[in-house]
Write a protein that binds this ligand. Structure first.
Ligand code: UD1
Ligand code: CA
Length: 452
């Protein structure tokens, strides 16, 4: 039994993007374009994903680490690109060829095309669609209603250019016949390229059956060539994600202004306010209020939390936590149940224990903070001496007075109480009151009298 393999062509230069990075790794809702295609073929039932890459090979390997790769050193057409991947094509394999710049294809459409191919006795099933504006696309020429050939726009006659049924570029082939036809490809056409669609003509001429699957939704086959189309496609993905979340019980005040990655999860009863961006594999629990103007990247948030006007990156937030407004949780921040991280508080690589509070204007970096700790306004951990980072340990029920500096490495034991304005450089024992600041002097009658 052969395998079902997707070969995704992505060696093109994408000149119209006018970009220093490869077209297919441009992000859409924080996720590279190529990953949308790769996910659709994987979720549509393909056992293996083979990507044909050019100079963009390294970037593509980073974006899709579990794919297999073929290299096309010189861009000589879509047929040539598939030839570059021929070592991956087994005689018994079914091969689904597609393009990396088509991120809107849905897994259910892929599954449907594959089923249609397998149910037929065809050597190839090409995928067409009827487009209102077929300009630029290859056209499907039928004879007696069955496949005759595909003609590229540049090679088409005026009459042929009136045809609205276009070649989407997707097709399913039986491995053996595909390889046989690839060996016979020629480049005698307007662009002097090896055209993949000619494979179907070669197969037909050899008496093989070439089937046509007519796609019902043109959106599935939307190709991206420039940044206007990139934004249009990202908008379509955004609405698909938002609609599916709303139908599952998430409220979104303004779907047009809410950007959620398809890989993120949001629980029922959660309300998302405008200007919210949720990227990567973020997970948000139930009954939360997120936003407005909040960015959450690769983070997880429990149930019943509020995150207002804040930025979270690779942070873990447990339940009943209040974040913001204007808080910044940097990587490896862990906020336990019932804690509060208020306005202008930055947390980095630190654990904030249950019910602890940093209500305003604080920096907590490289720290382990216990339960019920109060971290006063303007207090900071001094975690960097210019060369090394040190850790601050604050145990349960400690009270850190306003405007304190905790110079790491330093430990405040349970119930330690730091007077406001202290600069703490030595460990503080349990239940100890520590005052580390210059004593106040009152000089009677010495205030300046400016009006004399
Ligand atoms: C192709 C089809 C056309 C179809 C259209 C659908 C051919 C000859 N024509 O035209 O019938 O209507 O797509 O969008 O196939 N690529 C490589 N290596 C190459 C050339 C292309 O990897 O040497 C990749 C590109 O990165 C791109 C894809 O193949 O992802 C399509 O190539 P492109 O040049 O855009 O083909 P079209 O002219 O759009
Ligand atoms: Ca194209």
């Amino acid at each position: 039994m052969g395998k079902l393999k997707a070969i995704i062509l992505a060696a093109g230069e994408g000149t119209r993007m006018k970009s220093t990075i490869s077209k297919v790794i441009h992000p859409m809702l924080g996720k590279p374009m190529i990953n949308y295609a790769a996910d659709a073929y994987k979720n549509g039932g393909c056992d293996e994903i083979v990507i044909v890459a050019g100079d963009n090979m390294e970037a593509l390997k980073l974006a899709v680490p579990d794919a297999l790769f073929a290299h096309q050193a010189e861009r000589r057409g879509t047929g040539h690109a598939v030839i570059c991947a021929k070592e991956f094509i087994g005689d018994d394999d079914t091969v689904f060829v597609a393009y990396g710049d088509g991120p809107l294809i849905r897994a259910e459409t892929v599954r449907d095309i594959i089923a249609c191919h397998k149910d037929s006795n065809a050597a190839a099933t090409i995928v067409s669609c009827v487009f209102d504006n077929p300009f630029g696309y290859g056209r499907i020429i039928r004879k007696n209603n069955v496949f005759d050939r595909i003609v590229e726009h540049k090679d088409a006659s005026e009459d042929e250019r009136l045809i609205q049924e276009i070649n989407t570029g997707m097709a399913c082939y039986n491995g053996k016949q595909l390889k046989k036809a690839l060996a016979q490809l020629k480049c005698d056409n307007a662009q002097n390229e090896y055209y993949l669609p000619d494979v179907s003509l070669i197969l037909k001429n050899e008496g093989e059956v070439v089937n046509i699957y007519v796609g019902s939704d043109p959106m599935d086959f939307y190709g991206i060539n420039d940044r206007v189309q990139l934004a249009e496609a990202a908008n379509i993905i955004k609405m698909r994600v938002n609609n599916s979340l709303m139908l599952s019980g998430v409220s979104i005040w303004d779907p047009a202004n809410t950007y959620i990655s398809p890989d993120a999860k949001v629980g029922r009863g959660t309300i998302i306010l405008p200007g919210t961006i949720i990227e990567g594999k973020s997970i948000i629990g139930e009954e939360c209020e997120i936003g407005p103007n909040t960015t959450i990247k690769n983070s997880s948030i429990g149930n019943n939390c509020a995150v207002i006007n804040s930025i979270l990156e690779s942070a873990i937030v447990h339940n009943k936590v209040k974040i913001g407004p204007f808080a910044y949780l940097r990587p490896d921040s862990v906020i336990m149940d019932g804690a509060k991280i208020g306005d202008f508080v930055e947390v980095k690589n630190a654990v904030i224990g249950k019910n602890s509070k940093a209500s305003h204007l604080a920096y907590i970096g490289d720290a382990d903070v216990g339960e019920n700790v109060n971290f006063g306004c303007g207090a900071i951990t001094v975690n960097y001496n210019g060369k090394n980072k040190g850790r601050t340990i604050i145990k349960d029920n400690a009270f850190i007075g306003s405007n304190s500096n905790l110079v790491a490495p330093v430990t405040i034991e349970k119930g330690g109480y730091i007077g406001a304005g202290s600069t703490v450089t030595k460990n503080v024992p349990e239940n100890c009151l520590t005052v580390a600041r210059a004593r106040q002097e009152n000089k009677e009658g010495r205030a300046p009298k400016w009006d004399e």
